[in-house]
Design a protein around this ligand. Sequence first.
Ligand code: GLY
Ligand code: MN
Ligand code: MN
Length: 454
Amino acid sequence: MSPGPPPTRDEWTTLFSAHLEQLMLRTTTVLENAAFSGLLLHSGTEHYVFRDDFTYPFKVHATFKQWAPISAVPDCFVYVDPDRDRPLLIFHQPQDFWHRAAPVPDTYWSDSFEIRVATDRASARGHLPHDLSRVAFIGEAFPELTTFGVGSVNPQYLLAALDYPRARKSPYELACLREANRLGALGHQAAAVAFAAGASEFEIALAFMGATGQREKELPYNPIIALNEAGSVLHYQMQQTQRPSVRHSFLIDAGCEFAGYASDITRTYSYSDPDFRALIGAFDDLQQALCGEVRAGVDWPDIHQRSHVAIAGWLRDAGLVRTDPQETVDSGLSAVFYPHGIGHLLGLQVHDAGGTLGGPDGHEIPRPPRHPTLRLTRRLEAGFVVTMEPGVYFIRQLLDQARASPLGKHIEWSRVAQLERFGGIRIEDDLAVTDAGCENLTRAAFSTTIAPGA
Ligand code: GLY
Ligand code: MN
Ligand code: MN
């Protein structure tokens, strides 16, 4: 399905209003059921480094930015009371001549709020009703909160009731996720060009950020930019400044943020080796076949299980294992090469909340015992956004364990020795689930984005 052109400002306003109305409706029900009169959401606190006057990079809390798309301002509050016309946004503008205060929002969503400005938390309290005894606070508690008089701080049942429906994205949220993918695709294309031109990991990271216009602290996660065997490290973080003397492969897992919503995209490239290029091509076919299985009603752990069988077939075709696919899965051999889950919910957080919730009451759907790293155990519904990210890696620690176990005799070690310099392959797209199938947000973004330098 084609996403069409990005919305105009008026369209964003209409989309956001409908999103907020829907959020308000379901929050009203949750509050009534829990006998709360309102909700107080905090954007978060800046934290200082121990014995220093510099702060760690600041991240707004997801529950806050679902209401107000503010991504970089600490100590803002959203006060939600179903009896009010509009939610109240208390916007933080400190009196601080060392830093530039963020301007009061004037954008497609700001008219949806009553906005007041506060210079600190104590003055923020002054904008709130006198009696907050039936209000639940959500956020990281700060010292002054004890004087706010809120009824409850982060009640677990309320968090679950709010997290559970977050999996189903509104049309506004889907538009944000499309935009996050469009930005991500721009970055990926610049990164691929930099890799082909001989750049270091650090230089590739700069190319990604240059093309997306997002600094590292603004990205939803630290980009994973791995050359050669570093691709075997699942969340590789080094970003070497040295260009390697030989160049085999490039694995990039990097996304962007738009209005608080994340993309999460992985691609793998062969520099010049046709064998590895063909293996990536076959792996891409496998990933696309798995995307083809995604639709409302499908149980995600089933997809995960089938991804193991598909990868076991790829391992055999690649000459890495000697056993049949089902045997490769049942013996645990596929997990030696593929030790993570097939994907997760995506949205305000990269690993979005509620992946293992069985209902708004907060009961859990346990992870399959043999797949303890699976982050999503729910049955898919239309409106869910998930990642599809099969991977195979040559991880020294897991290979050494396998070699010392009965699994070792089923592995073609000479083929491992040929391929381990490439690190691994992961291909990851973001999918919006529909009743009939899914919209591949990432492929659509790649196909409509013009490659820099092309
Ligand atoms: N980028 C982290 C992940 O794919 O889950
Ligand atoms: Mn990823
Ligand atoms: Mn992911």
